[in-house]
Design a protein around this ligand. Structure first.
Ligand SMILES: Cc1ncc(COP(=O)(O)O)c(C=O)c1O
Length: 383
């Protein structure tokens, strides 16, 4: 059975070049990067080369890159590393749970959190962030690109507001890395999270940019790894993979591979909207990363659609979360003002570098017929 994977915002396949780069670090070069003998020196050098590559992707110095276990840890380290009891944090209603649940925890330990809203396109208004500032505001944490809609927030404006107010600015760039250019200096952020498995490196590795001079309270206590910002023996193979993936992601922004994905996404989006009645684009009118489209198909259940498409070989997703057995509509789409039925009827298609024109054609063959079939089955649909 043919299978087409259009769920690259969930995770991406490790690219062959990335796998090749990491492979020798499991056996041939297995040393602990903290050891002073040959074996350690070899892996230390590899870790530092990877750090340079990640720094190259986001425009910072290598010494400002801290390797972590992924986007979630990077977000947690940035947020808990700075927030203190009695402080105030500003975030948005459409953040990933790695940020939202960190903020929820902060309120339990004596911090105040303001959640700025988004408009119908999913955009934060910088004026709202400015208005939310208080004398005790310590941190603004607002994502660069949304995982469900791909919407790009006005991070440069937010960076300016943070700098003027002398407040730290963290941005979760997990879904932006490799899809749009990232320059931490242009953004003006103090902290920026990325995750390996969204850029064709393995799951379980990530990085946090920490601007020089930013004092973070570590999450983990142990050895003085990562300049005492993240204790624990480095996951050398995964870090090497992240370095290679960062190099390739950077090259992809200029060599036409990201542009090719953008063409495929636009073509797929247009064709689906043209061929399926009572469907529409979520976040239309906002700047988005080039690989993501989020579409509602009125009168269907997103979960049923994901399962039906999977049975035909197409992997996509909804932003819905299953909590205590009930399917909750996506907090991102409801924050944008979609009624719960429409949020539940929404599907995210996210492309990757490995996808082809044929993959898009496959989706275009199965999506309209599946929507029609599900609507026919629906006892309430009369269209
Ligand atoms: C925007 C965003 N932030 C954070 C994360 C968490 O990253 P990780 O899976 O590496 O922990 C994700 C993963 O889906 C994400 O999309």
């Amino acid at each position: 059975m043919r299978r087409v994977y259009l769920d690259n915002n969930a995770t991406t396949p490790v690219l062959p070049e990335v796998l090749e780069a990491m492979r020798p670090y499991f056996d041939e070069h297995f040393g602990n990067a903290s050891s002073i003998h040959h074996h350690g020196q070899e892996t230390r050098a590899a870790v530092e080369r990877a750090r340079e590559a990640v720094a190259g992707l986001i425009g910072c110095r290598a010494s400002e890159v801290v390797f972590t276990s992924g986007g979630t840890e990077s977000d947690n380290l940035g947020i808990f590393g700075l927030a203190k009891s009695g402080g105030h944090i500003i975030t948005s209603t459409v953040e990933h749970h790695a940020v939202l649940n960190s903020c929820k925890r902060l309120t339990e330990i004596g911090c105040e959190v303001t959640y700025v809203p988004v408009d119908g396109r999913g955009l934060v208004d910088p004026a709202d962030v400015k208005r939310a500032l208080r004398p005790n505001t310590k941190l603004i944490t607002i994502m660069m690109a949304n995982n469900e809609t791909g919407v790009l927030q006005p991070v440069e404006e937010l960076g300016k507001i943070a700098a003027e107010a002398d407040v730290y600015f963290h941005t979760d760039a997990v879904q932006a890395a490799g899809k749009v250019a990232i320059d931490v200096k242009r953004i003006g952020c103090d902290l920026l999270s990325i995750s390996g498995h969204k850029v064709h490196a393995p799951q379980g590795v990530g990085a946090l940019y920490v601007r020089k001079g930013t004092l973070l309270q570590p999450l983990l206590y142990g050895g003085s790894h990562e300049r005492s910002r993240r204790a624990g023996t480095e996951n050398v193979p995964a870090i090497v993979a992240l370095g290679k993936a960062a190099e390739m992601a950077r090259a992809g922004l200029g060599d036409g591979s990201v542009a090719r994905v953008a063409v495929l996404r636009d073509e797929m989006e247009r064709s689906i909207l043209d061929s399926v009645p009572e469907a529409g684009l979520n976040s239309g009118g906002a700047l988005r990363v080039p690989n993501t489209t989020n579409i509602y198909f009125d009168h269907i259940e997103g979960e049923a659609m994901v399962i039906a498409l999977d049975l035909k070989g197409l992997a996509v997703s909804t932003g819905a979360a299953c909590s205590s057995g009930a399917i909750e509509p996506s907090h991102v789409l409801t924050a944008m003002g979609l009624p719960p039925e429409r949020a539940r009827a929404s599907i995210r298609f996210s492309l990757g570098k490995q996808n082809t024109k044929d993959d898009v054609q496959f989706a275009l063959n199965v999506v309209p017929e599946t929507v029609a079939w599900l609507r026919e089955l629906s006892p309430v649909y009369t269209g």
